[in-house]
Design a protein around this ligand. Structure first.
Ligand SMILES: Nc1ncnc2c1ncn2[C@@H]1O[C@H](COP(=O)(O)OP(=O)(O)OP(=O)(O)O)[C@@H](O)[C@H]1O
Ligand SMILES: O=P(O)(O)OC[C@H]1O[C@H](OP(=O)(O)OP(=O)(O)O)[C@H](O)[C@@H]1O
Ligand SMILES: [Mg+2]
Length: 282
């Protein structure tokens, strides 16, 4: 059987979290940051550690089957690759920014010089809105370009906003795009072995966003309780040895689980337990 060839960010913001999700999905990952490839024969996959900016290109060309990259980098690349699913890490917004207090609207962009490392994203955005401006391509540290007189405004990745603040800059206009790490494949193609890989990664994402909840409750309240915790298919309800009591077990979203415990307690549930799920197939 041929190996599924997967591109993984070798450096930068996405690298560590990408390897982590793969490890949690049961795949081997490199333990030396200088290693460039790794074969996990037991799971029929081969990993290639590449620059996240290049990953969509390899996948679009069909050289590699699957990639992990940023949605913004995928869009910027113009490659024949498509997003299969968001991975919930590496979240950022792509924004215009200028000297604090100077710019308030996108209409002001006309005629300006815009510095960015994401030329494809910015050009497409301007074109869509019929804004005529000059795009200046820079590799990084884009924030400094205004002070140095190379550009009037910038378009860049904003995560916490602290880099902008330190440079005396402020975002303006709408968010150009919301990004996160994504799984990509070649447009229109489903590589052999991809379904198993996807199911494993999906299982980790679900395990991260759900917890397992167990509780005991008087049997006459079970109907109310399972309305609060309907689970995925349906909760498991089993009789307790104690007459008139039942045990309930259901997966619940991690967010809001504490509030749910309060509500269950209110309606008579006791012995309410939350446990982490490490992996699942739904
Ligand atoms: N704080 C952040 N800075 C940069 N990119 C971020 C940040 N948070 C998330 N990302 C995402 O990471 C991807 C960029 O990764 P990449 O490794 O190319 O840049 P980087 O993290 O800035 O690394 P470096 O500049 O050191 O090469 C994009 O998808 C971007 O949206
Ligand atoms: O909103 P923040 O949390 O401050 O993060 C965003 C900053 O981080 C990235 O820069 P990076 O450190 O990767 O340097 P680079 O510009 O050289 O890529 C990005 O280009 C922004 O400058
Ligand atoms: Mg960077």
């Amino acid at each position: 059987m041929s190996l599924l060839r997967i591109a993984v960010p070798n450096k930068g913001s996405l690298s560590q979290a990408a390897s982590e999700i793969l490890r949690e999905s049961g795949y081997r990952q490199r333990d030396d940051a200088k290693q460039l490839t790794l074969t996990d024969g037991e799971n029929s996959v081969e990993f290639f550690y590449l620059r996240p900016r290049d990953i969509a290109l390899y996948v679009g060309e069909g050289t590699l089957d699957v990639g992990i990259t940023g949605r913004d980098l995928l869009t910027d690349s113009g490659a024949k690759a498509e997003e299969v699913m968001g991975l919930g890490f590496g979240r950022s917004r792509f924004r215009f920014a200028g000297p604090a207090g100077v710019y308030t609207s996108l209409a002001q962009l006309a005629g300006l010089r815009i510095a960015t490392s994401y030329v494809g994203v910015v050009r497409a955005f301007l074109e869509e809105r019929g804004i005529d401006a000059t795009v200046v391509r820079l590799d990084g540290a884009v924030e400094t370009s205004i002070q140095l007189g190379v550009a009037d405004v910038i378009a860049d990745v904003v995560e916490t906003g602290s880099t902008l603040r330190q440079a005396g800059l402020e975002v303006f206009g709408d968010t150009i795009l919301e990004s996160e790490a994504v799984l990509v494949t070649r447009t229109g193609a489903v590589p052999e072995g991809f379904e198993v890989f996807k199911r494993r990664v999906d299982g980790v994402l679900v395990a991260r966003s759900y917890v397992m909840m167990d509780y005991d409750i008087p049997t006459d309240r079970v109907a109310d309780a399972v309305r609060l915790t309907p689970g995925i298919e349906s909760p498991t309800v089993a009789p307790l040895h104690r007459e008139g009591w039942s045990a309930v077990r259901a997966m619940v979203p991690r967010a809001g689980a504490q509030r749910l415990m309060d509500e269950l307690f209110e309606i008579g549930a006791r012995g309410i337990l939350l446990t982490d799920i490490h992996a699942c197939r739904l």
